[in-house]
Ligand binder design. Structure first.
Ligand code: FAD
Length: 365
């Protein structure tokens, strides 16, 4: 069905998926858009606020007002030892003010936005007859079919971050999950942790990290949030009864990293592209063409593998694998592993290229 078959679009949920959909719909079609959001402000749920820049290949430049920081590299620590130190001349990710970003996207969409309104699909269809309903409710859609991992997010002030252009990831042997430090500037950051451990254990690890790290000696914790992230990957069970489902609701989250904003926005873009082609039902095929579905599947298999091995990590092995080709970790974390990755790895040594090829074959089959 094409957009012309409907009087408009009714979007349930104003997270990255729903607000991007409204934003792109306004740019591409002249149609009525109504957005329902259960929260009093869009985008308020727990999130690290890290957004990879390549999302702009799909939705265009993100509104500058919402950009808090340009990230040009990252460091990964395993068992308190630095294993990956990746830097780039260009911005690879943004720290965004997530609620503000959602607001700006919605503002540009001219949609009618109903905040503080929780609505069921049935109700939305009844009220907005002849509108295309879109489910963008995040992990709250079909929760029983999901594998959810818990995340805790603290916002800190009065820190002393000497390199605020770098994101940090910390993980420890025996733990399926990681802790992140995502700076807004040298004084403010999001520090969070996500993983398969119970809430109390994650909280203990997070608070111990903040206490131990000198950069956060006199830090004030100004916000504490927690929430779930879907790690099943894209699953047919999440697809709607003849209704498009986008974003985390459809499982568009990288299972290993928990990165969900960019995939959610790309899934919204895919739906718009399919509508432009005259049939929204093609949106899964459009999404597949972006390579996202394959990368998510790859990360899901890797997550399962790590869980089976009980997250046993060998620091020396990891360090030697990524030495001189830290970009590999960037490609893996951000879902870009393919044949091209293998070719790019060749100058790092045939052995490494072969290991990568076997990893891709093993996990993406
Ligand atoms: C602790 C934590 C940290 C994270 N950090 C990052 C990060 O740094 N970067 C990243 O890319 N991803 C991160 N993620 C994942 C990311 O937040 C989500 O995957 C992403 O927000 C999904 O976008 P979405 O629009 O699909 O769903 P959501 O962001 O969940 O938005 C769905 C919206 O729908 C609303 N809603 C639900 N039901 C209804 C209803 N019936 N009626 C009306 N409204 C409804 C909800 O209130 C919500 O606002 C993190 C997740 C967690 C838990």
């Amino acid at each position: 069905m094409s957009i012309d078959d409907y009087e408009g679009m009714v979007v349930i949920g104003a997270g990255p998926a729903g607000s991007t959909l409204a934003y792109l719909a306004k740019q591409r079609f002249n149609t009525n858009i109504v957005v329902y959001e259960a929260l009093r402000r869009p985008g308020l749920k727990a999130c690290g606020w890290g957004l990879l820049r390549n999302v702009e290949d799909y939705i265009g430049p993100i509104p500058r007002e919402a950009v808090l920081n340009n990230i040009k590299g990252f460091r990964i620590y395993v068992d308190d030892e630095l294993v990956v130190d990746y830097g780039s001349k260009r911005t690879i990710a943004y720290m965004v003010d997530r609620p503000l970003l959602m607001e700006k996207l919605l503002e540009h969409s001219n949609a009618e936005v109903l905040l503080g309104h929780r609505i069921s699909v049935r109700e939305a269809v009844r009220i907005h007859q002849n509108y295309l309903p879109v489910i963008a409710t995040g992990f709250q859609w079909r929760p029983r079919d999901r594998r959810l991992i818990l995340g805790i997010e603290y916002r800190v002030e009065d820190a002393h971050i000497d390199e605020p252009g770098l994101m940090e990831v910390w993980t420890w042997s025996g733990i399926v999950g990681y802790l992140w430090v995502f700076p807004f500037n040298s004084r403010e950051a999001h520090i969070g942790i996500g993983g398969t451990l119970p809430y109390a254990e994650l909280k203990r690890l997070l608070e111990e990290f903040i206490r131990r790290d000198k950069r956060f000696e006199n830090t004030r914790i100004v916000d504490r949030l927690s929430g779930y992230v879907t790690v099943n990957g894209l699953d047919e069970k999440f697809l709607g009864p003849g209704i498009p489902v986008i974003g985390e609701a459809m499982g568009a989250v990288f299972p290993l990293t928990g990165e969900g904003m960019r995939p959610s926005m790309i899934s919204a873009w895919s739906l718009i592209e399919a509508l432009k082609q005259g049939n929204w039902r093609k949106y899964i095929r459009v999404l597949q063409k972006t390579g996202l579905t394959k990368s998510i599947k790859l990360q899901y298999k890797m997550l399962r593998h790590i869980e089976k091995r009980r997250a046993h990590l060998n620091v020396d092995k990891l360090r030697s694998l990524v030495k001189d080709c830290e970009w590999l970790v960037y490609e893996l974390a951000f879902g870009k592993m393919n044949t091209w990755t293998v070719l790019r790895a060749l100058p790092c040594g045939l052995k490494k290229a072969l290991i990568i090829a076997s990893l891709i074959r093993r996990y993406s089959g």
